[in-house]
Design a protein around this ligand. Sequence first.
Ligand SMILES: Cc1cc2nc3c(=O)[nH]c(=O)nc-3n(C[C@H](O)[C@H](O)[C@H](O)COP(=O)(O)OP(=O)(O)OC[C@H]3O[C@@H](n4cnc5c(N)ncnc54)[C@H](O)[C@@H]3O)c2cc1C
Length: 351
Amino acid sequence: MNTTVDYIIVGLGLAGIAFAEELKKQGRSFLVFENHSQTSSLVAGGMYNPVILKRFTPVWNAKEQLDIAIPFYLSLEKELSASFDEPLPIYRTFKSIEEQNNWFVACDQPILREFMHPELVKVESKGVNAPYQAGKLRHTGRIRVKELVSMYREDLRKNDYLVEETFRHDRVITWDSHIDYGDIMAQKIVFCEGNGVKSNPFFKKLPLNGTKGELLTIHAPELKLDYVIKSAVFIMPLGNDFYKVGATFNWSDKTNDPTMAGKKELEEKLMTVINCPYKITDHEAGVRPTTGDRKPLLGVHAKNHRLAILNGLGTRGVMIAPLMAKKLYQFLENGEPLDTEIDIKRFKQKI
Ligand SMILES: Cc1cc2nc3c(=O)[nH]c(=O)nc-3n(C[C@H](O)[C@H](O)[C@H](O)COP(=O)(O)OP(=O)(O)OC[C@H]3O[C@@H](n4cnc5c(N)ncnc54)[C@H](O)[C@@H]3O)c2cc1C
């Protein structure tokens, strides 16, 4: 049976969901292909945080990202009758007096004032080593991404918007007026493949390097935290004394498999942060779609304007995906130019 849609979306991680939502809002029809080859969105800690905690600098476009992201997840909660957004403070523990001073200096910057409390806070949990106390962040939290992806997938399935197979790039035929893919006719294809873009002949030369990350889930009844601790690792409360602990950064291994080396690294770091017993209950891994310049990859193919990409969400897909989906839609449908720092045209020789 022939199907005609405005868009084909390839990939149902955070990028694919954000673009599908934008299409729904704009009354456009679409089909999503998903082959379960990547796990980045499924394993993500889901944290949103407008400050880079290594250097105490703002995340690029943090305010604009948050202003779009939070209403986006709240609207998905309504649509799917579920709860995904859990506002949670983040406590950044300090290693020295010097780090405390750096925090105060950062708090004085107008752009950071909104996100950082200017007083030091004591970490009340006896299970955490924090001799130099901590700095507390505002407007932070966690999106339950795994639940969101699986509920969204189920909803698409129910409505026949989902094709659960590998998208075959060699089956794309482009005409002046449309694209054919088997018996599907579409106006455009948006590739949201995460690190899977490496198998996409149209965009595989773009500098998306992929950074593998591993996470543990632990059960630690004595830890008693109702906020996130960011120290050598982050420790995020999940409820009922369970916590996510992460994450590693590995630039050479591109598999989704948890490793003994990843587990060892996380446990060694965890032991420097907490001093109470815990049990590991889960261990997951995925490859983040990271880029050399830490900016997303948006735009259309140089020789085929019907093929578009939404990728490169890096380590912060939760905050950035909804805004990027909006920008890509406005570019594709209304010709609004993309900012040069996110447009794939910055890598002219690669497309
Ligand atoms: C360990 C870890 C922790 C993280 N923690 C956080 C965090 O706390 N906060 C945060 O904001 N971000 C976090 N991230 C980053 C975040 O997960 C990513 O930014 C985001 O998931 C990227 O989403 P995406 O949709 O671009 O890619 P993906 O989630 O990889 O989705 C791509 C989808 O495309 C599908 N696909 C690929 N090729 C094909 C094909 N040919 N046919 C059909 N389907 C295809 C894949 O199966 C996949 O479902 C973390 C990542 C990792 C790995």
